[in-house]
Design a protein around this ligand. Structure first.
Ligand code: SF4
Length: 459
């Protein structure tokens, strides 16, 4: 097994995406796939579309196992209705399919096609597709299939359409890299800083100017912090059959009460991470970081840095860019999908991204940044994904708080040691993550067929 040699061409804003919870692979990805299918149908010949009578959506693997709890049915409908994750109103989104008998109107050019819940098929059991999160779309007339597309939701809201060789962008980065070793080599050779490398690559991949990149980063941070601020005042029960009561508001009030005590700082961190994560579980607007399931870790930590330790906006913004680079490396060389890597791919990656961000924001070297990310991943290896009832709630919400604490400690461990003693590189631990994820039983990869999900069912 070797680190992939193709350069990373992912944009920061593909990794950090605004959209409704609760799951990037089960909600945002399927919504984008459905919208893509709608766009393809719109490009089909008018005579083909004029005879169309129905559209069917088939969900396989993890999408069929936990898609109900993750809102995949609402997501594919939203995409077919031409909604996009960034512009979706979470209230309208949550109202979709509340009544299973409602007929929705899918518009393709002049043609209107009726669509309801019976057109969405959850295919449980074995299947033979190349990715555990597979969905297909079919448009039919009375007797025949007119057109079909197959998509893979590969984690973090990224999708690949069958036949497309890669999800990569057309544009090439100024400084191509595919591993941390490459990154350090470029910095050495070009005599540039890590932020210069990230910014130059983002400019060449996204076509944005530095000013525009900074503005978009600030907007992303604002969305993240809005989720925290909503979550610490919201109360009540989260959607779904397990009737989980929100806790962040209580955690926050406890933190305020104990703010001068030894544990005060950790209590605030817990409250902030759980607040954003509860907002995700509620289906409200969050930012994938790198996924929706892990969308509480970075918002919680950056909120803490801003509100309690008065880090300035530029420092946090740049720390987020460093975090993105770590996310790219994991996505490129392992996976950020719970359906492929278990929770180490989601919370483990978010924790590593956060540990590197903390190290950067505190002014440490690239070696410390790398060590912090490595330590955070190392101590998430083997972490399973077994959400109870298929809802992104237990263990997910607390796991965001735990991932942030591990990130903080990984940063402290990395910056308080001599990096010459660091035995394991970031590239090595990402290889181990990939191998561990490949070996992990699918029962522990976002199917809710074992572990906590099963124990709770038995109870
Ligand atoms: S257990 Fe982890 S990977 Fe699985 S849904 Fe929850 S947050 Fe995502």
């Amino acid at each position: 097994m070797t680190i992939k040699k193709e350069p990373i061409t992912t944009s920061i804003f593909e990794l950090f995406k605004v959209g409704p919870g609760p799951s990037s692979s089960h909600t945002i990805g399927p919504m984008k796939a459905a919208k893509s299918f709608l766009d393809i149908c719109n490009s089909l010949p008018t005579e083909t579309i004029s005879s169309a009578k129905s559209i069917d959506v088939n969900l396989y693997g993890s999408l069929s196992a936990t898609g109900k709890g993750h809102g995949t049915d609402r997501a594919v409908l939203a995409g077919l209705l031409n909604w996009t994750p960034e512009t979706t109103d979470p209230k309208e989104f949550l109202n979709l399919l509340i009544d299973q008998n409602i007929n929705y109107k899918i518009q393709i050019g002049e043609k209107t096609i009726q669509f309801n819940s019976s057109n969405i098929h959850f295919h449980k059991g074995k299947f033979d597709f190349p990715h555990p999160n597979t969905l297909t779309f079919q448009i039919k007339n009375e007797n025949n299939l007119l057109h079909e597309e197959e998509y893979y939701s590969i984690g973090g809201g990224f999708i690949i359409r069958k036949g497309d060789s890669t999800e990569q962008n057309q544009k090439s980065p100024k400084y191509p890299y595919s591993s941390m070793e490459d990154v350090k080599g470029i910095l050495e050779k070009e005599k540039i800083s890590l932020i210069e490398l990230i910014l130059e690559n983002e400019k060449s991949i996204s076509g944005l100017s530095e000013v525009e990149i900074n503005q978009k980063m600030d907007s992303i941070l604002q969305f993240m912090h809005s989720a925290v601020e909503r979550g610490i005042i919201e109360d009540g029960v989260l959607p779904g059959s397990i009737k989980l009561h929100r806790k962040a508001k209580y955690l926050y009030s406890q933190a305020v009460e104990h703010k001068n005590k030894q544990e005060g700082f950790l209590m605030f961190l817990n409250a902030y991470c759980e607040a954003a994560s509860e907002e995700n579980a509620a289906g409200h607007i969050v930012v994938t970081a790198p996924t929706s399931g892990a969308s509480g870790v970075i918002p919680g930590i950056t909120y803490l840095l801003k509100k309690h330790f008065e880090y300035d906006q530029k420092n946090i913004r740049e720390g987020m860019m460093v975090a993105a680079l770590i996310g790219f490396l994991v996505k490129h060389n392992a996976s950020i999908s719970g359906a492929e890597m278990g929770c180490m791919g989601e919370i483990g990656t978010a924790s590593a991204m956060s540990a590197s961000m903390l190290s950067y924001c505190a002014g440490h070297s690239v070696n410390v940044i790398e060590a912090a990310a490595e330590i955070a991943i190392e101590h998430h290896l083997g972490m399973t994904c077994d959400p109870i009832g298929g809802y992104v709630q237990i263990p997910c919400i607390e796991r965001n708080a735990m991932g942030s604490v591990k990130a903080y400690n990984a940063y402290l461990l990395a910056c308080s040691g001599n990096q010459a003693y660091q035995k394991i590189s970031l590239d090595s631990v990402i290889k181990v993550m990939k191998a561990t994820g490949d070996d992990m039983s699918k029962k522990y990869k976002e199917t809710s067929e074992a572990g906590l999900a099963l124990s709770a069912t038995e109870c």
